[in-house]
Design a protein around this ligand. Sequence first.
Ligand code: ADP
Length: 402
Amino acid sequence: MTILVLNAGSSSLKYQLFKFENGSHSVLAKGTVERIGIKNSLVTHEVTGGARLEISGDVAGHNDALKKVFGALTDKEYGVISKISDISAFGHRILHGAEDFDASVILTGENIEKCKKNTELGPLHMPANLACVNACRELCKDTPNAGVFDTAFHSTMGKTAYMYALPYEYYADYKIRKYGFHGTSHRYVSAEAIKYLDGAGARSSRLITCHLGNGSSLAAVKDGKVIDTSMGFTPLEGLAMGTRSGDIDPAVIEFIIRKTGKNISEILEILNKKSGVLGISGVSSDFRDISDAAGGGNERAELALAMFAYRVKKYIGAYTAALNGADGIVLTGGIGENSVKMRTRILTGLDGLGIIFDEEKNRTAKRGTVFEINADASRTKILVIPTNEELVIARETFELVK
Ligand code: ADP
C-alpha cells in the first residue's frame, strides 16, 4: 500500500510517500515546501537513497504547494511513481477535531462537513488542511483520504486542566474548553523518549515535550498520556509563536478596539497573523531571519527571541510542577531540533529545578537522531528528538484503509 502523507502547516507543507509492505514500512520520497506565503519559497524533494531536487521561487498558497508536490512525485527524473492514482490513500494532518473527533477517520463527505464547521477554530491551518483534502479528492476521486487530528492525543486531559474558569454553561452549551494541538508530534516524540529512556534504564513517566516550530506548544505527558498542554480552544493560546500572540490578558482586546476602532475579526487576524515574534521584531515570522537581524544589532529582534525563550521556560516550570518533577524534557520542531542558540536561551538557568543543560553537548548534537544534551548531574534528561508526525499519520491511515 502506498500512502501519501500531507502535513500542511501555516507556512509549510511537508509530505512523505510511504510504502507499507509485509508488515513494515519504507519512505519512497519526502519533501517540504517552506516559506509558503513568504518570499523566497523553497521546494525540497528527496528520493530515499537518491536524488534531491530543489526548486526556489514564490509559492503563494497551499494549493500551489500541493501541485508542486504532485509534480515532484511524478517527475520524469526525480519522481517515484508514474501517476498520482498509484497512491492508495492520502493521510492528512487535520488541525482541529473539536469534540467531533477523538480518533482518526476516513474523510467522507459528512466528516469533511464537520471539519469545515471547525474551520473557525483553526483559522491559520484548517483552510490549508481542507484545501489539500479537496485537491486530493478532485484529482483522485477513488482514493480514500484519512484525517488524523492534532487534538486527539490531548483527549486524555482531565477536566481540571482543560476547563476554562468561565461560566460553566459555556462548556456545557458550546464545548468551550482547552483542546490542545500538535498532538501527533507530542505523541511521536513522547513515545520515542519513553523508548530511549527505558532503554537507558532511566525514569520516563514524567515528560515535558516542547514542539517549537512556526507554531509552538508544550505538553505534560504522564505515563504516556497528556495531562496538560499549552495550546487551548484554538492554537492561539500559550507560547509566543511565529505570528501568534499566545497568552495575553483578554481585556487587551477591548482596549485595542476602543483605541483603534478595529473590529473583533481584525483583532483576531492581528493576534493570529501579525503578532508573536513577527509582531515584536517587525522583521519576520521565521526564526532564522530574526536571529540574523538580532545578530546584526536589531534590538526588537533580540527582544522577540528573548520573549519566546522566556515563555517556553515558564511553561517548563509550570509543567514541572504539574508533573511533580520531570524525568525528561524533549525538544522538537524546526526550532527545537535545529536552533542551538534558542535551546541555550531556553535551557540555561533551570538548574534550580534540577534541569542542567550541557552547552557543549548542545552545540555538537547530531541532527536526525535522539540526542541527549543534559549534563551528567542533571536530574532531568534533556533530549532533542526529530519529530515524525508523518509516520504517525501514515500508520493511522494504513490502519484505517487496510
Ligand atoms: P511549522 O510549524 O510551520 O511546521 P517548523 O517546525 O518547520 O514549522 O519550524 C519552522 C521554524 O523553524 C521557522 O521559524 C524556522 O526559522 C525555524 N528553523 C528551522 N531551521 C532552523 C535553524 N537551523 N535555526 C533556527 N531556526 C530554524
